[in-house]
Write a protein that binds this ligand. Structure first.
Ligand SMILES: Cc1ncc(COP(=O)(O)O)c(C=O)c1O
Length: 405
């Protein structure tokens, strides 16, 4: 019998996975709310809008059709793959074929499949921080090593080619790139996207580029797709995407990865043993989303833009708080260091994590501490929530921080 002290009941590989901090904050806020506390949750990266009606109707119809009650190809319905091919040409001017597409259970699953398909033990992945809290986990689970490259507001939270180049070793396999960014809302200008792509080609490094917020950019900021700008990269590039953020479809769980056929084939084989096909009804809904026009998306983007502006004004109106004006996605990422080491209602936070705890307990406002994104001192607030809650929540934050001595 293994001794209780030496036995690993849960494998060390899995035990090392941290809980998703963003989901944890959201769950805590929802639990407090269910218990009758007047909590306002800024934690979830989730549009507050319902899925547009024509998409829901397509799903209802799909439910009634028995062919959708059965297993279908593990890698996705051929009709959805074609819709993804057409949408990619429409939105990114990138030409791909159906055998370069794998339909996954949300964008998150695409991240997992990608790193599982690309990495051997010891392979290093360049990971600019602040980073989306999920990225390091599938890298580590696949035996890879995340190499974190810090950025801050002085560079608009954008990594430079010089920084990337300085971090390369003979084990560097890939760069994880995301623009518009979760958690910072930063959008890389087209010339920087191209420069990073050209650098990757020169260095023979893969780029995994997450385009899930492609339609959510504000003002003069524009999304640009790296493999379109740098066609030579296409043989070493995987694009991640999904319907969750663009079409308010977080619960439907449809994402995809696009890449060279050998990588897509390998990832499809993996998926065929893990999850098989994504629920057919969700895939049919995704077809309606991608084949439809972008009117509902435009309306949601306009609302996010307005809310982002309001949130930015309210947060930066708090003495000592700085923040980038939102450029894309639906997150504000203020610097809260001015409120560390200062008593608030008899409690003193020394970290942004503790400060977020005080804000939840005392102001009933749930925000995600920067530690979750490897950027202590900051916090992430989603502005994908209703106007009233947004205004009230920001006011509560301002009032509580105003009490700091
Ligand atoms: C940057 C980024 N990529 C991918 C995803 C995955 O989205 P989903 O798994 O809901 O499709 C998210 C969700 O928060 C995200 O913020």
């Amino acid at each position: 019998m293994p001794s209780p002290t030496t036995e690993h009941r849960v494998s060390q590989r899995i035990a090392a996975i941290a809980e998703s901090a963003t989901l944890a904050v959201d769950a805590r806020a929802k639990a407090l709310k269910a218990a009758g506390e007047p909590v306002i949750g800024f934690g979830a990266g989730e549009p507050d809008f319902p899925t547009p009606a024509h998409i829901v109707e397509a799903a209802v119809e799909a439910c009634r059709d028995p062919k959708n009650h059965k297993y279908t190809p593990a890698g996705g319905l051929p009709e959805l793959k074609e819709a993804i091919v057409d949408k990619t040409a429409r939105d990114s001017e990138l030409v791909v074929t159906a055998d370069q597409v794998l339909v996954t259970n949300g964008g998150k699953h695409a991240v997992y499949n990608t790193f599982a398909a690309l990495l051997d033990p010891g392979d290093e992945v360049l990971l600019p921080a602040p980073y989306w809290t999920t990225y390091p986990e599938p890298i580590a689970l696949s035996g890879g090593v995340p190499v974190v490259l810090p950025t801050d507001e002085t560079t608009g939270f954008r990594v430079t080619v010089e920084q990337l180049d300085a971090a390369v070793t003979d084990r560097t396999k890939a760069l994880m790139f995301v623009s518009p960014s979760n958690p910072t809302g930063a959008v890389y200008p087209v010339e920087e996207v191209e420069a990073i792509g050209r650098w990757a080609v020169q260095r023979g490094i893969w780029v995994v580029t997450d385009e899930i917020y492609e339609h959510l950019t504000y003002g003069e900021h524009r999304f640009s797709s790296m493999p379109t700008l740098v066609p030579e990269l296409q043989d070493r590039c995987v694009v991640l995407n999904g319907v969750a953020k663009t079409y308010a479809m977080t619960g439907w769980r449809v994402g995809w990865m696009l890449g060279p056929t050998d990588v897509i084939k390998a990832a499809t084989n993996l998926q065929s043993h893990a999850t098989s096909n994504v629920a057919n009804v969700s895939q049919r809904a995704a077809i309606a989303a991608l084949r439809g026009d972008l009117q509902a998306v435009k309306e949601m983007r306009d609302a996010f833009f307005r809310r982002g502006q309001t949130m930015h004004k309210l947060l930066t109106g708090i003495k000592g708080v700085t923040a980038l004006e939102p450029e894309g996605a639906f997150y504000a990422f203020p610097n809260l260091t001015a409120y560390l080491d200062r008593p608030i209602r008899g409690r003193t936070a020394t970290t942004s994590s503790e400060l977020c705890g005080i804000l939840l307990d005392e102001a009933k406002v749930a925000i995600v501490p920067g530690e979750a994104f490897e950027s202590p001192g900051y916090a992430r607030l989603s502005f994908a929530l209703g106007d009233d809650d947004l205004g009230e929540g920001c006011r509560r934050i301002a009032d509580l921080l105003g009490e700091a001595s």
